[in-house]
Design a protein around this ligand. Structure first.
Ligand code: NAP
Ligand code: F7E
Length: 326
């Protein structure tokens, strides 16, 4: 249902999983929505193709400050959602400097651009449970100490503090959402939930017999991306800028993920999953479980999709044609 507002929003990372769901939400709320898109050898629009004509795409890259200034001047946003990042943890071990430039310093470029040309705009930074890393207590909330375990986690922690500092030093309405893992049929292929869902689909179709994975013991607090982008939006509708943990409070292992996903297709995961050490990480985040009480109390936010529902949706979508992803 569409309502009307005179607000404009700029979303970086609009071609990614969260960007596509957030753009949908903002359009439904009546916003004029601008999406920042970086140059690649061939465009990558599949997650936002169904929004064509409703979104304005602007060229820009977190590595290029003048492109960010231009995008802000063109969109004149009331709200800026920074979802762009090199977001895959294993790649951050292979390309730590690139990851830091985009995921860490890129956020400072955007904040500095905002400060110069759109200081009244409200700013959301996509922070992550990966900043908690090697946790000493569970569940994790807004007061839990950080101990990142990858160049990605370290870069996100820099961006997190840059966001807080922009709020405290310059008075920007800048908030950081500490979001735990969230997934959907639009998740990138390499992340474990999608890798398992699409692996199940190939095996069920008789196109493969085996799925090779890394650490089956790791546990994550997995929610649905559509629920989580609503929390981002709610954070920017508050009277005061404040950081929030967003999570389901339930945690499952990769092994349990496999069991649920294969069972959805009537298969036994133990007959198909092989552990392959090449998918383990130089340093691992072994367990994560979030406490989103502050978001529940102050934002009225609650997740609507549980672990089983999420896994079933992803497996069913992986077995269906791509149009089912809308
Ligand atoms: P994603 O699917 O990997 O999307 C990342 C987006 O960033 C893509 O649109 C990508 O563009 C864009 N991008 C990459 N490098 C860029 C650059 N140099 N300049 C401009 N844009 C660039 O990520 P996601 O899962 O939607 O997550 C959204 C954000 O939340 C990310 O910042 C991620 O780190 C963070 N986060 C995610 C989770 C999660 O569980 N999903 C949890 C906590 C935090 P291309 O399409 O051109 O590659
Ligand atoms: O791994 C284990 C892996 O790559 C989850 C990003 O969105 O969420 C995501 O980061 C777990 C890890 O996500 C495989 O070792 C086992 O323990 O799906 P993932 P992630 O690293 O938790 C956070 C919140 C973000 O912010 C990130 O941007 O699964 N695992 N076997 C595997 N993981 C992968 N990818 N592939 C495997 O074969």
């Amino acid at each position: 249902m569409s309502s009307s507002t005179n607000k404009r929003a700029l979303v970086t990372g609009v071609t990614g999983q969260d960007g596509s769901y957030l753009a949908e939400l903002l359009l439904d709320e009546g916003y004029e929505v601008f999406g920042l898109v970086r140059k690649s050898s061939s465009p990558n629009p599949w997650r936002i193709a169904h929004l064509e004509g409703r979104l304005t795409l602007l060229p820009g890259d977190l590595l290029d400050q003048s492109s960010l200034v231009r995008a802000l001047l063109e969109s004149r946003p009331h709200e800026v959602y920074n979802l762009a990042a090199q977001s895959f943890v294993p790649t951050s071990f292979e390309q730590p400097v690139h990851t830091t430039e985009v995921t860490g310093v890129g956020v400072l470029r955007l904040l500095e651009s905002l400060r110069q040309v759109a200081p009244e705009a409200r700013f959301y930074q996509a922070s992550t449970s990966e900043m908690f890393g090697r946790v000493e207590s569970s569940p994790q909330d807004e007061r839990t100490p950080f101990h990142p375990r990858s160049p990605y986690g370290v870069a996100k922690l820099y961006a997190h503090w840059a966001t807080i500092n922009a709020r405290e030093a310059y008075g920007l309405f800048a908030v950081s959402g500490l979001l735990f893992n969230h997934e959907s049929p639009r998740r990138g292929d390499e992340f474990v939930t999608q890798k398992v869902a699409r692996g199940v689909a190939r095996i069920a179709a008789g196109e493969a017999r085996e799925l090779r994975l890394g650490n089956l013991d790791a546990t994550r607090d997995w929610g649905h991306a559509r629920d989580y982008v609503r929390a981002m939006w709610l954070m920017l509708q508050q009277d005061e800028p404040r950081d929030f943990v967003i999570a389901t409070g339930r945690t499952h292992s990769v092994r349990e993920l496999c069991a649920a996903a294969f069972a959805r297709a009537g298969l036994d995961w133990r007959e198909h999953v092989t552990v392959d050490a090449s998918f383990t990480r130089p340093a691992e985040v072994e367990e994560l479980c979030g406490d989103a009480r502050r978001a529940r109390d102050l934002l009225g936010w609650r997740p609507t999709v549980g672990f089983e529902g999420l896994v079933h949706e992803m497996v069913d979508a992986a077995r269906a044609p791509r149009e089912a992803l809308r």
